[in-house]
Design a protein around this ligand. Structure first.
Ligand code: ATP
Ligand code: MG
Length: 177
């Protein structure tokens, strides 16, 4: 799966709709402190289903919604869309995953315009060896945590990186039925 575009609306400091195109190869994001570089990575993880407000550097999940500034009022919702290209398999082609949160109403997810559960989004990305907890997404200050991980935790990271953690998620799901 190749992520081609990230689109943010009302997410953290990105109050106006903003597109980040991700071309093949290396993409670098540069800018002064506080310009929103980490917010972009958080938007990616959030749309993939991240459920920890703390890891979004907030007290509650609604803290991802633009909170307003001296000159602009706060927003009532935040929306992040991931456009990806899936090569091979039954879901081959373009894929748009959208997560939206509204004040007082929680989060909703869509895949290619269809309402889905958070779990469906989690499974989709787990099968593609990525997702909100992918070891490929290293947040600021987390490099030390990876180096100091216990063997069991490191095994989980390797399984995720190898793309087999989706199988575990599906097995757990099947066991519960
Ligand atoms: P650094 O180089 O210091 O790591 P950065 O480019 O990673 O900086 P971010 O941490 O992504 O910057 O952005 C922080 C900015 O986002 C701050 O100015 C903060 O006020 C703003 N911000 C975070 N959440 C919200 C929100 N809900 N509404 C409005 N602005 C927000
Ligand atoms: Mg940062």
């Amino acid at each position: 799966m190749q992520i081609k575009r990230l689109r943010l609306t009302g997410f953290k400091s990105f109050v106006d709709p903003a597109d980040l195109r991700i071309e093949p190869g290396l993409t670098g994001i540069v800018g002064p402190n506080g310009c929103g570089k980490s917010n972009l990575l958080e938007a990616l993880r959030w749309a993939m289903g991240e459920n920890s407000a703390k890891s979004m550097r907030g007290a509650g999940m609604e803290d991802v919604i633009f909170a307003g500034t001296a000159s602009r009022p706060q927003r009532d919702f935040a929306e992040v869309s991931i456009l990806a290209e899936q090569a091979g398999g039954p879901d081959e082609g373009e894929l748009e995953v959208v997560r939206r949160i509204e004040r007082g109403a929680g989060s909703a997810y869509r895949i290619n315009g269809r309402d889905v559960r958070a779990k469906d989004v989690g499974l989709l990305f787990a099968d593609s060896a990525t997702g909100a907890h992918s070891p490929a997404l290293v947040s600021q200050g987390r490099i030390g945590a990876i180096i100091q991980a216990k063997p069991g935790e490191r095994r989980q990271m390797l399984e995720e990186a190898a793309g087999i953690s989706g199988l575990h998620v599906r097995r757990k799901d099947a066991e519960q039925k």
